[in-house]
Design a protein around this ligand. Sequence first.
Ligand SMILES: [Zn+2]
Length: 129
Amino acid sequence: MNPNLARELQPLLEQERHRLEAELGGIATKDPRMVGDWDARMPDTASRDTNDQSDIEEQADVREEYETRIAQEQALEERLAEVRKALERIAAGSYGACLACGKPIPEERLRANPAAAYHIEHEPESASA
Ligand SMILES: [Zn+2]
């Protein structure tokens, strides 16, 4: 593969990592026990008025918002892990090789998704890139 591609895409991956960490920081707290793991925070209810009438509705809203956050948090965390692994592969000099077959991933695919770890046809079902 193009030897300059990793150098070219590295800053994009660094940028994305910072953006993902900032987004995660807005809705979740880093789990101090596990590197790369985040826990969604309960939405802040302090600023809402809490008269008895709206209280139950409020709680339902908060729960719904919390569930949305958990889903967002998981998607961001997964993406962050992919980006981080791609940066590790750049550091290790193995960037751009498909993790399934070891052959180079096409340059257009890496440009479209610098964190791609597989050929399109070798992408595991669970991963969404
Ligand atoms: Zn492959």
